[in-house]
Design a protein around this ligand. Structure first.
Ligand code: DX5
Ligand code: ZN
Length: 216
């Protein structure tokens, strides 16, 4: 079970320290939410933040692109030092091309599903991806409530993985805290993104430990 804090809820004025703190607390990935104000109704930050964080941590940088036409920006995020790049299937007519571009650059490709998007939409790229990110809230903001109907989608992806011998990790993102993480884990999720649950607390290392305990 992997924990991936989302820096969207971190203190941007002290971003390097915020990343080191969760690394010291034993997390597995740093989740980086890129939003363009077009695909999602909010703007966060771009590739300069990825390159600024690259020398700060040894952890894999798990980049979640919430941007329209991600194919136009893959090379920028590769150069910035991303280890995993995930694109939304709803954000491009060319998800297959995007996955191949990421792979060809030597970075792990991932594909993302909004809560309203069925697994069927990514059927023909599942064999090629290292990660499937199931959005458990509608993307755009931290601190929203977990959408229960997404649990069934996690189970469907887990079953497909077993039946077809696919190698992807199932990642969940949005409204994750110990109780919702446990439900997702039982359905087959492997990677747990948490933003406000970790960074919104006084003692993030205690939140990480509580999340870890719920997953064991
Ligand atoms: C939402 C982002 C999430 C967000 C999660 O669009 O993709 O990664 O930071 O925030 P919480 O954990 O607060 O729901
Ligand atoms: Zn995210």
């Amino acid at each position: 079970m992997k924990i991936a804090p989302s820096i969207l809820s971190a203190d941007f004025a002290r971003l390097g320290e915020e990343v080191k703190m969760v690394e010291d607390a034993g997390v597995d990935y740093i989740h980086i939410d890129v939003m363009d104000g077009n695909f999602v109704p909010n703007i966060s930050f771009g590739q300069v933040v990825v390159s600024a964080l690259r020398p700060v941590t040894k952890l894999p940088l798990d980049v979640h692109l919430m941007i329209a036409d991600p194919e136009n920006y893959i090379n920028d995020f590769v150069k910035a030092g991303a280890d995993i790049i995930m694109a939304h299937v709803e954000a491009t007519p060319h998800i297959h091309r995007v996955v191949q571009m990421i792979k060809a650059a030597g970075v792990k490709p991932g594909v993302v599903l909004n809560p309203g998007t069925p697994v069927e939409a990514i059927k023909y790229v599942l064999a090629d991806v290292d990660q499937v990110l199931v959005m458990t809230v509608n993307p755009g903001f931290g601190g929203q409530s977990f959408i229960e109907s997404t649990v069934e989608k996690i189970a469907e992806l887990d079953q497909l993985r077993k039946e077809q011998g696919y190698h992807y990790e199932i990642e969940v993102d949005g409204g994750i805290q110990p109780e919702t993480a446990k439900k997702c884990a039982e359905a087959g999720a492997d990677v747990f993104v948490a933003g406000s649950y970790i960074y919104g607390a006084d003692k993030p290392e205690e939140q990480i430990a509580a999340l870890r305990a719920a997953l064991n």
